[in-house]
Write a protein that binds this ligand. Structure first.
Ligand code: AMP
Ligand code: TRP
Length: 335
């Protein structure tokens, strides 16, 4: 008997330039997982518009993100890379799932509460965001969802929604597992190691973007907030979050073991740590930046890759949406 290869699905918003938190928490895992599993990576533009977006910027950032993902190692031969709005089943699936999801489940999502707090008027789409995410995942019978830690609650909600649909209408969905790394699950801001690195914070020094110049990377790392201690060791102590964050970044860019890293820095000071971290980040990002500069000059080729991805994605998502509609009791349109 041959085992069915596992299905992997993840998504990322085209709402701003990728930072090293996105790269280390999510994208690097997606790249490393290619080969043995069936991978779907979705550029989630429907999710992006749950917060106000400038249309021209959204349009540009969608291709930029596609180019960056390919530059970072997403291989369109091994991964179905596509844009969410190109596959209508996502919006349709969201609607069907909306109609079995209690409002209370959405109101307690921490990401929603956090984003809603900062807005004068909260958009309906923002509250509904996790249901659309559930549709994304469930349409592909995904077994695994590799994400950063901030998405754990959304994957748990997806399991609850799938379970509810299954119990109302009969076995339809696979219950997905979140896949969260030990290191890199939550890369912290360099100017504040108690806040998550975020796409929406544009303060200089907060984040390193994947296409920042070497000089900018050195500037940001040099000013990274550390702590008054001296030890350069991995630690879960909140008082040492700054050094721990720098060490995790170093670990993930160099691929070295924690023991080797601690030995390397033994007896050295924070100045040396920062110099080495900056150089490791620069070297790790250099090939990505070079490939990106090349890919972004050919939008027609990017569009061609995304069109192939959309065709492959539809081939999976369309039969699934028809199965959902049939289970709910709809008369299916003839094909
Ligand atoms: P987003 O930019 O919100 O679309 O996130 C894309 C992916 O990056 C998701 O899997 C997030 O969980 C992950 N991610 C975002 N910020 C961080 C961070 N600071 N550390 C680790 N992973 C992150
Ligand atoms: N909500 C995710 C984020 O902001 C993006 C996303 C949308 C996603 N759909 C998904 C992640 C499906 C995993 C699976 O990071």
């Amino acid at each position: 008997m041959t085992l069915k290869p596992k299905r992997v699905f993840s998504g990322i918003q085209p709402s701003g330039m990728l930072h090293i938190g996105n790269y280390l928490g999510a994208v690097q895992q997606w790249v490393q997982g290619q080969g043995t599993k069936v991978n779907f990576i979705c550029i989630v533009d429907l999710h992006a518009i749950t917060m106000p977006q400038e249309p021209a910027a959204l349009h540009r950032q969608t291709r930029e993100l596609a180019a960056l993902l390919i530059a970072a190692g997403i291989d369109p031969q091994q991964t179905t890379l596509f844009v969410q709005s190109h596959v209508r089943a996502h919006a349709e699936g969201c609607w069907l799932l909306n109609c079995i999801t209690p409002l209370g489940w959405l109101e307690r999502m921490t990401q929603y509460k956090h984003k809603a707090q900062r807005q004068e008027s909260v958009l309906t789409g923002l509250l509904d965001y996790p249901v659309l995410q559930a549709a994304d995942i469930l349409l592909y019978d995904s077994d695994e969802v590799p994400v950063g830690e901030d998405q754990k609650q959304h994957i748990e909600l997806t399991r609850d929604i799938a379970g509810r649909f299954n119990s109302l209408y009969g076995e339809t969905f696979v219950l997905p597992q979140p896949i969260i790394r030990e290191s890199g699950a939550r890369i912290m801001a360099l100017n504040d190691p108690h806040a998550k690195m975020s796409k929406s914070d544009f303060t200089r020094g907060h984040a390193i973007r994947v296409n920042d110049s070497p000089d900018e990377i050195r500037w940001v790392v040099k000013r990274a907030v550390t702590d008054p201690g001296r030890d350069i060791t991995f630690s879960a102590d909140p008082a040492r979050a700054g050094v721990n964050n720098l060490l995790q970044i170093y670990e993930l860019f160099t691929g070295q073991s924690r023991a080797a890293i601690e030995a390397h820095f033994a007896g050295k000071g924070y100045g040396a740590l920062k110099t080495d971290v900056a150089e490791a980040v620069i070297e790790g990002l250099r090939p990505i930046r070079e490939r990106y500069e090349h890919l972004i000059t050919d939008p027609a080729e990017l569009d061609r890759i995304l069109a192939v991805g959309a065709t492959q994605a539809r081939a999976v998502a369309e039969p699934k949406i028809r199965e959902m509609m049939a289970k709910v009791g709809f008369v299916l349109p003839t094909l």
